[in-house]
Design a protein around this ligand. Structure first.
Ligand code: NAI
Length: 470
């Protein structure tokens, strides 16, 4: 029987990063994965393939609508969906191959199959042939991620062709005439945007009164207007109670949350994007004595240790935002703890990005959260319409908002809607990690002309009550 210092179950961004860090710290490490490729949901059927389609579909729209405004005349672009999907598949392949290379480079064994915890320090891995192999591990890290949640109380049969989850929505063989998206969260808006850009009529049905629930209210409202301008339709405050296939495609039934008559609308494709749930199936947790919390997540302490000594859990399978980068940070921190070092994750500074056009990015608290907590704050805003580079790029939609403590000026939250927001947010994250103030950010020299100057201007508006260029 092979013996390891650490066996990580699951090779998504949490698991594979944890394995690399363990190996770098001198621990004999293995990773268990049942998929044919490494990288988990993120690399295979999540973040990476969706970004390939978002980029390609954005260029498709730009070629027709933006290039002529800049004096570049091109014939009306034609969609070659097969080639676009091939670009997506090639992107996935190069990324998953990259992870396999990193495993080899760091001398991490890939145990192919389904991992099951047999008890403290013991696990089995069952391959496709049904044969189970047992292993010993001083430490086991559960990094099994999450799965599509479906709609609680509603029977949804995903065929991944007509009624699809995010997985099927990455592989549609033709552009649907009408796509209904159930759930106005991150997945619904990103993948809804892709198919809208490629020519589908897209209707989002969302339970809450706003899209991107939990985001800063002002950001969410303005962002919704921008998506409406792009042609996406919204049905907010509507609870979906039925999703069924019919002879033409599928139909979705929903009713106003406040009460009223139900409505049934037909679509060629329905994307159900109503959240994800922790994935613990077949792991043998109950028998091993690993305790779950009331929402089915693995219960861990502040060092990601489960109820059983030597068994840790990280990523989507534990509490916190279901984000690849949060999982990666936990993976790195837990490896350090296992090696006897001091791993730490600052949950107050985890950026969040929606990769639409324009992008939405935020880090720290929203205005609503500050109000609820009774924290007095200063707020400064700057629109990209007043930024020289944004004008040159025809990217004037959106703004930056900085929120800072009224007494100390410490930055508590930054929210950006605009082209490239997902890159710009990191200067705010670094500032906040160091406990910086809006004055610090406002006094930091920013290269001209850049979109990032709008971040500086919003900081100046927060620190001094007004920006320079307005
Ligand atoms: P989500 O939690 O972001 O959004 C789900 C939405 O569905 C919510 O707004 C909810 O109110 C709505 N909903 C639930 N039941 C409903 C019903 N019966 N009728 C109408 N609306 C209903 O979940 P989503 O978009 O599926 O994403 C899952 C996870 O993946 C999230 O944690 C998200 O953060 C993560 N993710 C992150 C990405 C990013 O960071 N760019 C990209 C994709 C996913």
């Amino acid at each position: 029987m092979s013996t390891y210092d650490v066996v990580v179950i699951g090779s998504g961004p949490g698991g594979y990063v944890c394995a690399i860090k363990c190996a770098q710290l001198g621990l004999k490490t293995a990773i268990v994965e049942k998929r044919a490729t490494l990288g988990g949901t993120c690399l295979n059927i999540g973040c990476i393939p969706s970004k390939a389609l978002l980029q390609a579909s954005e260029l498709f729209v730009e070629a027709e609508h933006t290039l002529p405004k800049m004096g570049v005349k091109v014939a009306k672009p034609k969609l070659d969906l097969k080639a676009m999907l091939a670009h997506k598949d090639a992107t996935v392949k190069s990324n998953v191959d990259g992870v396999a290379f990193l495993m080899k480079k760091n001398k991490i064994d890939w145990l192919t199959g389904t991992g099951k915890i047999l008890g403290e320090g013991k696990l089995s891995v069952t391959g496709e042939d049904g044969k189970a192999q047992e292993y010993e591990a001083k430490t086991i890290v559960i990094a099994t991620g999450s799965d599509v949640a479906g709609i609680p109380g509603v029977d949804v049969e995903f065929d991944e062709k007509v009624i699809v989850s995010s997985t099927g929505a990455l592989e549609l063989s033709k552009v649907p005439g009408h796509m209904i998206v159930v759930g106005g969260g991150v997945i619904g808006l990103e993948l809804g945007s892709v198919w809208k850009r490629l020519g589908a009529e897209v209707t989002v049905v969302e339970y809450l009164g706003t899209i991107l629930g939990g985001m800063d209210g002002e950001v969410s409202k303005q962002f919704q207007r921008m998506l409406e301008k792009q042609g996406i339709k919204f049905n907010l405050g509507a609870k979906v109670t039925g999703v069924k296939k019919n002879s033409k495609g599928a139909e979705v039934t929903f009713e106003p949350v406040k009460g009223g008559d139900a409505e049934t609308v037909s679509a060629d494709v329905v994307l159900v994007a109503t959240g994800r749930k922790p994935y613990t199936d077949g792991l043998g947790l109950e028998k091993a004595g690993v305790v779950l919390d009331d929402r089915g997540r693995v219960d861990v302490n502040e060092h990601w240790q489960t109820s059983i000594t030597g068994i840790y859990a990280i990523g989507d399978v534990v509490a916190g935002p279901m984000l690849a980068h949060k999982a990666e940070d936990e993976g790195m921190a837990v490896a350090e703890i296992i090696a006897g070092e001091h791993g730490h994750v600052n949950y107050d500074v985890i950026p969040s990005v929606v990769y639409t056009e324009p992008e939405v990015a935020s880090v720290g608290k929203t205005e609503e959260e500050l109000k609820k907590a009774g924290i007095e704050y200063n707020s400064g805003k700057f629109p990209f319409a007043a930024n020289g580079r944004a004008r040159a790029m025809l990217a004037t939609d959106g703004f930056v908002k900085v929120l800072a403590d009224k007494t100390t000026d410490r930055v508590l939250g930054v929210h950006i809607v605009g082209k490239g927001a997902g890159e710009m947010i990191h200067e705010a994250a670094v500032l906040m990690e160091f406990g910086g103030s809006s004055e610090d950010l406002g006094r930091t020299c920013h290269a001209h002309p850049t979109m990032s100057e709008a971040v500086r201007e919003a900081a100046l508006a927060t620190a001094f009550g007004k920006p320079l260029h307005m």
